[in-house]
Write a protein that binds this ligand. Structure first.
Ligand code: XLS
Ligand code: NI
Ligand code: NI
Length: 438
């Protein structure tokens, strides 16, 4: 393992909740078994290349504040190569199994399509060698078709076909890279797919263009042997005023309309769900109950504002609620939990990157322990099942099967009379949940 960029940091080990070492895991014991699988298998953590190795804490109001020692050269390709070494040193010291990238995080754009492809290919070779040496794998790849000024009016939904061609070239190369690196999934996040104003927008046409683009990408991916899931990552807004992939429900409707349900699932991000005025658990549940929960971007917003703050997750309630959905879904594989999260602009020590990830990892490890404990509490299951018991037999069951008419409902209403009140037991369930925090 290389020891160039984080020389003071050794491999992060599990030391348990009684240790006072803050450079250790208190809850994430990768080999501990829960509900028949190890924590490592349940949680499938990934590090996000863009936040952790590429961006240097810049925000829309000012430049970056942290200096990455792997970015010392004036040649962007040299920096990209050093970035690979830094990334694999970090990921192996942290001890997580996966990483995720955008094409432009790993390699700089060139002055032509072929030069960009060449840059990407050169870095992919280095990443592949590191993957083989360390055993770290690619959870997903994606193309950044939102930063370059040419994408100001969108990528696949751009009103100018010439821009759509550029997006196509980029997605093709990013798919090649993902397949070359054995990526388990391929993500589409449509940060500029939407509109700023309806006055200059043909929404129906743009949505159909997006469907056409995704089908072309799907066809190419399958042709070159990609067997993983294509994932759409919902987000309602930011940077675009109104984004087409608004939330889980909207994306599922779109996938159904565009005949993409066989190949696509969802990558649900906590802070995007809250930006859409949902809870994280809500958007996960919508995806899971439609059989479309593909992967998770684990992070957290801020209760005082609505932005995509991308905090590292520290909220145990949120993590436990999310892990209940994941466990009831039978797991998240071949997806995982990607820390699409960044340290704050005033966190300027390289070791802060470790503290941030250790916190996020322990939060979800603890969330997993709590979730398993809650779903095994018989009362949790019983109370929910009992609420729907009137549909388990008799006329209620017939109704569920679709054989009760509106006239039948009317006659039954008269016969049965005013229904007895039945408590939803919310406070009891909230208290029950808290008893499982440990
Ligand atoms: C931005 C998104 C982005 C995607 C990948 O808000 O979360 O980082 O995960 O393009
Ligand atoms: Ni985000
Ligand atoms: Ni994300």
């Amino acid at each position: 393992m290389s020891n160039t960029y984080f020389p003071k940091i050794d491999k992060i080990e599990y030391e348990g909740p009684d240790s006072d070492n803050l450079m250790a895991f208190s809850y994430y014991d990768e080999n501990r078994k829960i509900a028949g699988k190890t924590m490592k298998e349940h949680l499938r953590f990934a590090v996000a290349y863009w936040h952790t190795f590429f961006n240097e804490n810049g925000d829309p109001f000012g430049p970056g504040t942290i200096e990455y020692p792997w970015h010392k050269s004036s040649d962007p390709m040299e920096n990209a190569k050093h970035r690979v070494d830094a990334a694999f040193e970090f990921i192996t010291k942290l001890g997580v199994p996966y990483y995720c990238f955008h094409d432009r995080d790993i390699a700089p754009e060139g002055s032509s399509v072929s030069e960009s492809e060449k840059n990407l290919h050169e870095i992919v070779k280095l990443l592949k060698a590191q993957q083989e040496e360390t055993g770290v794998k690619l959870l997903w790849g994606t193309a950044n078709v939102f930063s370059h000024p040419r994408y100001m009016n969108g990528a696949s939904t751009n009103p100018d076909f010439d821009v759509v061609c550029q997006a196509g070239a980029q997605v093709k190369a990013a798919l090649d890279a993902t397949v070359e690196l054995g990526g388990a999934n391929y993500v589409f996040w449509g940060g500029r797919e939407g509109y700023m104003h309806l006055f200059n927008t043909r929404m129906r046409r743009e949505l159909d263009h997006m469907g056409t683009f995704l089908r072309a990408a799907r066809d190419y991916g399958r042709k070159i042997g990609f067997e993983g899931n294509f994932l759409i990552e919902p987000k309602p807004m930011e940077p675009t005023k109104q984004q087409y992939d608004f939330d889980s429900a909207t994306v599922i409707g779109f996938l159904r309309e565009q005949d993409l349900l066989d190949d696509f699932k969802l990558n649900v991000e906590a802070n995007h769900a809250t930006l859409a005025s949902h809870s994280f658990a809500h958007d996960l549940t919508v995806a899971a109950e439609n059989g479309l929960l593909g992967s998770i971007d684990a992070n957290r917003g801020d209760n005082q504002n609505g932005w995509d703050t991308d905090y590292f997750p520290t909220d145990l309630y949120d993590a436990a609620e999310a892990m209940i959905v994941v466990l009831e879904n039978g797991g998240i594989a071949p997806g995982g939990l990607n820390f699409d999260a960044k340290i704050r602009r005033n966190s300027t020590d390289l070791e802060d990157l470790f503290h941030a990830h250790i916190g996020g990892i322990d939060t979800f490890a603890r969330g997993l322990i709590m979730a398993d404990s809650i779903i095994n509490d018989p009362l949790y299951k019983e109370l929910r099942d009992d609420r729907y018991a009137s549909f388990d037999s008799g006329k209620g069951k017939e109704y569920e099967n679709g054989s009760v008419t509106l006239e039948n409902l009317r006659d039954l209403a008269e016969e049965k009379g005013e229904p007895a009140k039945r408590s939803g037991k919310q406070e009891l369930l909230e208290n029950l949940f808290n008893r499982h925090i440990r």
